[in-house]
Design a protein around this ligand. Sequence first.
Ligand code: NDP
Length: 243
Amino acid sequence: MSAPVAIVTGGSRGIGAAIAEKLATDGFDIAITYARNAEAARNIVSKIEAAGRKALAVQSDSGNVTDNAALVQKVVDKFGRLDALVCNAGAYPYGGPDTITTEDISRTLDLNMRGVMVESIHAARAMQSGGRIILIGSAFGERVPMPGISIYSATKAGLVGFAKGLSRDLGPKGITVNVVQPGPIDTELNPADGPAGDALRSVLAIPKYGEVADVADLVSFLASDRSSYITGAALSVDGGLTA
Ligand code: NDP
């Protein structure tokens, strides 16, 4: 039988790259998407292949509805099946009512919400029983401890509602849908030594940034057979930001 296949959007850097590498070691063949940085994507493909798994890098803008629809088809054409979708690509607009623009709002909704919805629906149609849809939300979807992130927080909170609803649609088919909500994780998007570092550490129960592996380990469990009775859930890996 062929190996299970996972898509990880935004899998070329940061949290998504760690998830892609972890799922490869779990035995999945992997398709990653990226937006601009083809070299970073090639690097992750090499690592997946070094782990003995097949890999595909697809330049696919998760904020573009045409790309969203084509992605699953490309992966099924290449690998012949789809078992897990990890919607990880996301934008982090920063700003309050005085600075945020309508374009910021539209771009964030397209990438963080509509793209996730369209990719998930196409994936659900391609999956068999045992399929896994995992959405990377944020602790800021549940608790907003500082100003400037209203649009981001709204989109991440919206993913929880979407996952709950889709879990009801797909439960009878044996497909689960869950949200993973990271707290501050040290990546290029949110470096531990960046300007927000101290403020974020001050609202954590464990006052330090998490590592990308902290998120990848939880996704690995959710993608496995062992998680088959977990669906419609929002699971935190946030150092206690929401405690
Ligand atoms: P990074 O900025 O480090 O990595 C982003 C990845 O997404 C890259 O692979 C990038 O590719 C890709 N990407 C960016 N835009 C698009 C797009 N339009 N379509 C497809 N791929 C895209 O982000 P993180 O790893 O930090 O974050 C990943 C997810 O985790 C996001 O959804 C974020 O909201 C969430 N999150 C992160 C937290 C953190 O503290 N880091 C905390 C909570 C949630 P390329 O290199 O080509 O641009």
